[in-house]
Write a protein that binds this ligand. Structure first.
Ligand SMILES: C[S@@+](CC[C@H](N)C(=O)[O-])C[C@H]1O[C@@H](n2cnc3c(N)ncnc32)[C@H](O)[C@@H]1O
Length: 326
């Protein structure tokens, strides 16, 4: 298997090299990580495009003598100045600053052996170039341990399915089903006359779902939520747990979910943990205007074919229910 760092730096070099001359600044991660990443990235650039420089900026010294925050917090991104933020490591708290938000490229660097691109500014690269392989790499590394890590949440899925109002005979789509934690409850609610499809774009997640016997409850499909292999208005209920905030264009993603849902059908956007609790688990605090915040999600739903019915963000449940416009 090719080294992950080689895949990531090759992809970034391909995206960035045509923009030379430019300066690339890398920050974040463990001490030394930015410098190591920068030198791998520099090596990945074709030698013909040497009209650029790569600096590893390791944070600024604050008034108390320590790092005050990510250097990226005070640097301006520009078309010829590319800011790359390494998320994770002992300097994870720096993600709370503006650095991560301002960086044009964000790399998940919690496991330095398995870096994954989580964001490239759309002005630099079309998400179609990087989103699928990088997101798959992100979830593939987590698939085998997913249920062991989060298995205790399963009763919360059953309750969310009850609240979503799945009825006997319903055609239900679990988009981004992962290891299929919601599938037994969805299948029980839809009953023998109903049908449940679990769709995910990470083969390792579907493999884990099969190993857990979740294919006894649903048909598992490999596919992309942004282009569902499902006919218009086919679904009565769409269940999306932990999916929407991972989509590069949430409005387009919600519109695709609306396309496959019949008028009057239901969308349930769920997480077995509240937004603040989930952010804290990842070492960050919530920002206003994030994709799942009420002020952002309500208009997103409205413009993509949904009527928001309820919004709940409790410590042990994030659940938004919406109805497909007729
Ligand atoms: C946070 S996990 C949640 C998994 C599962 N729904 C659960 O609650 O346990 C997100 C899942 O969505 C999948 N995913 C992310 N983006 C996707 C897309 N565009 N199309 C299909 N699946 C996607 C990932 O592979 C991953 O399995």
């Amino acid at each position: 298997m090719p080294e992950r760092i080689a895949e990531v730096t090759a992809l970034l070099a391909e995206v960035l090299a045509p923009r030379a001359p430019l300066t690339v600044i890398v920050d974040g991660g463990d001490p030394g990580a930015a410098a190591a990443f920068a030198s791998r990235l520099a090596a990945a650039f074709p030698s013909a495009s040497r009209a650029w420089s790569i600096d590893a900026v390791l944070g600024l010294t604050g008034p108390g003598g320590g790092f005050s925050d990510s250097a990226l917090n005070v640097l301006e991104p520009a078309t010829d100045r590319i800011l790359i933020f390494l998320r994770g490591g002992s300097r994870h708290r720096f993600a709370e600053g503006d650095g991560e938000r301002r960086a044009q490229v964000v790399i998940d660097h919690r496991d330095p052996e398995w870096p994954v691109i989580r964001q490239i500014h759309p002005d630099l690269a079309d998400p179609d170039r990087w989103y699928l392989p990088e997101s798959r790499a992100f979830f593939a590394a987590r698939a085998a341990d997913w249920d062991a890590k989060f298995g205790d949440d399963i009763p919360r899925y059953a309750e969310a399915v009850r609240l979503a109002g799945v009825r006997p005979g319903d055609m239900v789509l679990d988009v981004g089903c992962g290891t299929g934690r919601a599938l037994p409850a969805l299948a029980a609610a839809a009953g023998p006359t109903g049908r449940v499809l679990g769709l995910d774009f990470t083969p390792d997640m579907l493999e884990a779902a099969r190993k857990a016997g979740r294919d006894d409850h649903a048909t598992l499909i490999l596919g992309d939520a942004r282009r569902l292999p499902v006919a218009d208005a086919a679904a009565d209920v769409v269940f999306a747990a932990g999916l929407v905030h991972h989509l590069p264009d949430p409005a387009a993603g919600l519109a695709e979910l609306a396309r496959v849902t019949r008028p009057g059908g239901t969308l349930a956007i769920f997480q077995p943990t509240g937004r603040a609790e989930l952010a804290a688990r990842h070492g960050r605090t919530l920002r206003p205007g994030e994709a799942l915040s009420e002020e952002r999600l309500d208009p997103l739903l409205a413009e993509s074919g949904w009527l928001s019915r309820s919004y709940e963000d409790a410590p042990d449940r994030f659940l938004v229910l919406a109805t497909r416009h007729s």
